[in-house]
Write a protein that binds this ligand. Structure first.
Ligand SMILES: Cc1cc2nc3c(=O)[nH]c(=O)nc-3n(C[C@H](O)[C@H](O)[C@H](O)COP(=O)(O)OP(=O)(O)OC[C@H]3O[C@@H](n4cnc5c(N)ncnc54)[C@H](O)[C@@H]3O)c2cc1C
Length: 304
């Protein structure tokens, strides 16, 4: 439901002329689903981020950071307060000595993977084809069975909400596990990864193999958010869903993919409510058939 502009939103637009009011978040997620943000702002450097978060803090406004929206289901009522996206200096990728790479949180993972490959730096290939940003990837510890971003991460710069400035977290302070990290709730600004010197030709071949495997096994040309459920210990979510006979199951405009059962496609203007109903149907039927409770990998945010 569209939200009328509030006095604070108009005030914010004086500070950030690029602020958009009542911005449909469907335009900012790979699902192409999601109600409006009260205010949506793209922020290009740490100073502007500080000014924005100070403004929000003084008015007790909630703020939410969105990456590429490739692991997000935004509910149909949208998100109250300020939704922000990093751009500008946060998209920078810099190579440092010692096979290190410093990547802004808004840098797309596919660009990072290719930049490392072109430099003959190995290690990031398992991330090939993950469509998110470095920030979203770090929060989610994105990766595949071949490897995850956390294992490459040496330090992370986050925005300190108390001091309203950036600070570095070093490796011992960082915890990564399967699709999880202790960075959830922080605003990540930069990630510093350590790679290994390798043969450019071999690295590019491995990147290409990953991409071709995805083309064969995932409906990457549809509107989706990748795997909806985490693999439960000792199981594969896709196999459990397929064995329960749920490929092609529909709810409104949402459908369990015929190609990869752990993907849900928005193929006919699905609402978030459609997707959530389909998620519950899948969970119920898998639990009934195999006794396994599926946990969500996709993050569900916003108001119903
Ligand atoms: C076709 C397809 C294939 C995929 N394959 C994989 C895969 O193989 N492996 C895998 O792990 N994932 C996969 N994904 C899921 C997704 O790409 C990853 O989870 C990715 O890391 C999400 O990044 P994002 O920038 O899109 O984050 P978003 O979806 O925008 O956000 C996800 C969460 O991260 C938070 N966030 C985003 N940026 C920041 C930041 N700078 N600081 C703090 N928090 C932040 C958001 O607030 C939100 O809570 C796939 C998705 C698609 C569509």
């Amino acid at each position: 439901m569209p939200v009328p502009p509030t006095p604070w939103a108009e005030e914010l637009r004086k500070l950030f002329p690029n602020a958009r009011l009542v911005e449909p978040l469907a335009q900012h997620t790979t699902f192409h689903i999601g109600g409006p943000a009260d205010v949506f702002i793209a922020v290009e450097d740490e100073e502007r981020l500080g000014a924005l978060l100070r403004f929000a803090k003084e008015r007790a406004l909630p703020s939410f950071l969105i990456g590429r929206g490739s692991n997000l289901l935004v509910r149909d009522g949208g998100i109250r307060g300020v939704v922000l996206r990093l751009e500008g200096e946060f998209e920078r990728i810099e190579f440092l000595e010692g096979a290190r790479v410093r990547a802004g949180a808004a840098a797309p993972l596919p660009r990072l993977v290719m930049a490392c490959a072109e430099r003959g730096l190995a290690g990031a290939e398992p991330l090939a084809g993950v469509p998110g940003t470095v920030g979203g990837g770090l929060v989610m510890n994105a990766g595949t069975r071949e490897g995850e971003i956390g294992a490459l991460t040496r330090r992370v710069r986050i925005f300190d909400p108390e001091r309203l400035e950036g600070r570095w977290l070093e490796a011992p302070e960082l915890l990564f596990s399967y699709r999880r990290s202790n960075l959830a709730g922080s605003m990540i600004l930069v990630g510093e990864l350590v790679l290994k010197a390798g043969e450019k030709r071999d690295i590019l071949r491995r990147v290409q193999e990953q991409q071709q495997r995805r083309l064969r096994t995932q409906p990457i040309h549809t509107f989706n958010v990748g795997s909806v459920f985490k693999n439960p210990p000792g199981h594969f979510a896709a196999k459990l869903i397929e064995e329960a006979g749920l490929k092609g199951l529909r709810q409104g405009g949402a459908k369990v993919s015929e190609l990869h059962a752990n993907f849900i496609e928005n193929d006919k203007g699905a609402s978030a409510a459609d997707v959530l109903a389909l998620i519950e149907a899948v969970r119920g039927k898998v639990r009934e058939r195999s006794g396994v409770a599926l946990e969500l990998e996709v993050k569900v945010v916003g108001e119903a």
